[in-house]
Design a protein around this ligand. Sequence first.
Ligand code: DC
Length: 238
Amino acid sequence: MTERTGCMVAIDGPAGAGKSTIARTVADRCGYTYIDTGAMYRAVALHVMRTGLDVEADADAIGELAGRLRFEFRAVGDEQHLFVDGEDVERAIRTPEVGNLSSPVSAIPEVREHLVAAQRTMAERVPVVMEGRDIGTVVFPDALLKVFLTASAEERARRRYEQRIAQGEDADYERILADQRERDRRDSTRAVAPLRKADDAVEIDTDPLSIEQVADRVLELLDDRALARLEGRDGPAV
Ligand code: DC
C-alpha cells in the first residue's frame, strides 16, 4: 500500500469566508492534518510586535526573523495550536492588532518564501488540508482538490463578530467590517502571491449554505477528484 502524503485539499479565500471551520471539518472527517497558514503569518506579526520592528522600515530584518522561527502545529485537547519555538502562541495571535499587522507582514516577499517552504515541509510526511490565500496558486499548485470559498463582506463580518462575542470578547461590527475590507484590499492587491482563485479551483459561495453543507460539498468533490486521479483522468499523482 502506498502511503498518502501531500496536499489533498487546498482551501483559499478572503478573511471570514469560513475557511478554518471547513478545513478543520474536512481534515477531521478524512483523518488528514489541518494546517492554518494564516496562523503562521500572524505569528510572524506577533514577533514583529514583540521585537519592536517597523513593518515599513525593517522589511529585511522581518524576513530574517521569519526564517529563524520554528513552526509546529500540535494538538491541545481537541484543538490544534500553533507553537513557535516551543511556545503556544494560539491565543496571542488572535487579537485584532496582530490580525491587522499580519496583512502588511505577509506582503514581504522573504517572509512568504520562508513560510511557503515550511508549509511544503509540513506536507511531506502526512496528507494535509491546508487553508490560506495562496495555497492553490503558489504553495501546492498540484493539490488534489482546490476550493475557493467566498461570502459577502457583510456576512463575513457578521460571522467574525459572532465568533468574538461567543468567545466573550468585545466586538464592534462596523470596525470588523472596515478592518476586513482593508485586509482584503491589501491581500488581493499585493505584488507577491495576491489572493486569487486558481484557474482550476472550485468556487463555493458559502452565503446561503451551512457549514455542514459546505463540508459535504467539499468531501463530494474530493471523492470525485480522488477517483479521477485513480483512473488517470486527472493531472499528476500526489
Ligand atoms: O487567515 P488569517 O486572517 O488568519 O490570515 C492572516 C493574514 O495572513 C491575512 O492578512 C492574510 C495573510 N495570509 C497570506 O497572505 N497567505 C496565506 N496563505 C495565509 C494568510
